[in-house]
Every structure is written in structure tokens, then in C-alpha cells.
Ligand binder design. Sequence first.
Ligand SMILES: *Cc1c(COP(=O)(O)O)cnc(C)c1O
Length: 469
Amino acid sequence: MRYISTRGQAPALNFEDVLLAGLASDGGLYVPENLPRFTVEEIASWSGLPYHELAFKVMRPFVTGSIPDADFKQILQDTYGVFAHSAVAPLRQLDSNEWVLELFHGPTLAFKDFALQLLGRLLDYVLAKRGERVVIIGATSGDTGSAAIEGCRRCDNVDIFILHPHNRVSEVQRRQMTTIFGDNIHNIAIEGNFDDCQEMVKDSFADQGFLKGTRLVAVNSINWARIMAQIVYYFHAALQLGGPARSVAFSVPTGNFGDIFAGYLARNMGLPISQLVVATNRNDILHRFMSGNRYDKDTLHPSLSPSMDIMVSSNFERLLFDLHGRNGAAVAELMNAFKASGRLSVEEERWTEARKLFDSLAVDDEQTCKTIADVFAATGELLDPHTAIGVHAARECRRSLSTPMVTLATAHPVKFPEAVEKAGVGKALELPAHLADLFARPERCTVLANDLKAMQAFVGEHGNRGKPL
Ligand SMILES: *Cc1c(COP(=O)(O)O)cnc(C)c1O
């Protein structure tokens, strides 16, 4: 499988190289040159497979030529074997023909584990084969950091440095990062805010001299392997609900458009999906596009669903590429204009094409809490605020009551106690068994000044399994 850039200028890469690449050299994002397509009979024959075996069927075409089948099978078995629920991604019924797909049974209780558990193992596999080591530097306001650290904890060839703003992440989220020990795991609390952390990461990619030749890798949501891993659970859910003989609709709590883009790919690979609902919080740039063809940058509004607090959606460019007939030059022009003006809209017929599949809704904090309370009262299912936004949007935007509607439950409610407490059901919060002693575990973290050089010096001194690079 070859991968091409959405802006048409960067060289095509194979899977191995795309795994290690961040942005393409022309500023675009990598996508498969040709999407694999499965027949309905083929998909139907996967019914009843355990999650890791289904994952193999769905993802195999993407890694062909880079990873032999037997190795890939083993990697997938290891990856999904660490999930705390034996179904890996169980469905729970909320109402007639309405479900949530629980994607929070991984080690850090959020759907990002599906991708980052796999990414860590794939990186280590490819690096071992090449005899290389890499350094990962990432910034987090909470969720991604812990999932990335958990994903890399067993890697022999990766040192990971995660920056978080000192005293500005929740205690659960901080502990999920700082209680994981390993000589390749480095938590850094920066005396600054999240933007300061992100700026340091960006500056480190721009000037990598401090790494003395070691390759720097990004694990943010534009990494192709993360999208790829997320395609699988759409197949998994549909197969439980009568697919592919019958269509299914999905509602997806959305920030950077990675998770829902995976659903879009699942449909283009042959899975009958009749509707995708983009569910956002007040940071609603995607809702403004889907409802009125205006993708205009706004200021950031902090919300009770912080993992969806974004100003622009980094993966949206991948959809724009398809909407423009995969014309990289047209996408480059559009994105350059967006960079200059902060505004973007597409030709009417392209937007109409998108609207055949996508609907959207923006949900405020008040409605989020109300949905948590209502669903808990009606079903006993305790939703996290991101999932609650998805459920509310699903109910408002649903096109057909006879089509199963599945909301992706992207996080466990215990990660976001503020919203659950505001909803009046905080008493029901409980840490799952494998994290029950989280508050008693020792922590390890280094506090550094908000100073790029100090951070880079720290990486230089510890980037080789705790020893200097
Ligand atoms: C990351 C995240 C999202 C948003 O996913 P995108 O792929 O960025 O759209 C939603 N909910 C939770 C809990 C998340 O951690």
C-alpha cells in the first residue's frame, strides 16, 4: 500500500515510512492511494470473529508489503489483549434501536487507546527491524498524553517525553501519566499553559539539533496509523447489529475529525453506513461547516468536554481532499487561503455531497449535563460528557428510527468528574478495578520552567532510555 499527500507535492510513502512521518513535506496529510474495498459477502463472513481477528481482516491491506501477516496478527493480539473487557468494544443498549459503543475499556479509559496501543507496538516493531531508535515529544492537556505513554511503555526503541501544563490537568489525568514508570518514559510538567507546551513541541520539530541525529516522531491525531486503527470498531459494531445486510448510523463526539473520518473510510471500504453525525461542543467549527458550508476559525471556548476543545480540526483536510476529487493542488490552494484568512467554504455541489452522509449538532455544557442525568435516570448508564454530546446529537439528528443508531462512547465518566457532578450523579462514579489504586500509586514527574532550551536540554540528557543522547 502506498500513501499520498492531500496537497499532492510530497513523495508517496509506504506504510513503514508513513508510520514514522508526521505532516507530509508539502504540509499535507497522508492518505492511502487506493482505499481497499470489501464486498458485502466478505464482510458478512467476519461475523463472530474476536476483535483482534476482525482488526486483522480490516487493516491487513493497509500494511501489506511492510508487515508479514503472522507478525501483524501477533501485534494485534497483544494490542487488544490488554483491554479490560473481553469484547474489547462492547455495545450497550440505551433505547429501542439505540446503542453506545463503549470504547473506554483500554488502559487509560478513553478511545485513544485503540490507536495508541497499536501505534506503540507498530513503532517498536518497525524500529527493531531497522535497528533505529526514536524520540517522541508530545504536549497534552489531558487525554492523549496518558494514552501515548501507556502505548509506549513496553517499547524498547522509543523514548517518550510528554509535556503537560503544571497544576493544570485534572488529578486523574495527571496520575494516569505520572504513575507509569519506565526508563523510557518522561513526564514533564511545564510551568506554563497548554499552548506553551504545544509551542515547545512545534519549535522542537522545526529545529532538531538538540536531538543529535535521533529521529523525532509525532503521535498526534494526524498520524495515519491512528486513523487506521479506528476504522475497525465501526465494522465491529455494525456486525453485531445486523450489518452488513442492514445499514447502521453512527454519532461521533468530534474534535480533530480523526475518529469520525475513520467511520467515513469504513463506509468507503464497503460497510453500509447510512449516516454519520458530527457531534461537537461549543467549539463548533465542524458544525458550522456541515450546517452552513462555513469552516471559519473562532476563538477557543473552554468546555466541560475538554478533549473536543479545538479551534480547527486537523483531519478535516482529509475529507476536503476527497470532496475535491483528490486534487492535491486544489486542496493546497484552499488550505493556503484558509491559513491567511481563517475562513473556508467549498463549492455548493461538494458541500451537498458531504451532506448526503454527514449531519451535525453543537451541544452546550448545560445540555451535556442534562443528557448525562437523563440517560442515567432512564438506563443506569453513566455517560462521560463527550459521549453525552454524541447521544444528544444522535437523538436530534437521527434520520431513521428503523436504522440502528450507535454513539461512540469515547471516554469513561470517571475521567471527567466535573461534568458528572454537575449533572447530579457524581455518586455513581467509580474507578474500574484495574485503576482502583490510582490515587495510592507513587508518581514520577519533572517540573521545568517554561523555557524551550531547558526542556530540550532535559531531552538531550535523558533521551536514550534515561541516558544522554
Ligand atoms: C480525542 C477525543 C475526542 C475527539 O476525537 P477526534 O478524533 O479528535 O475527533 C472525543 N472524546 C474524547 C474523550 C477524546 O479523548
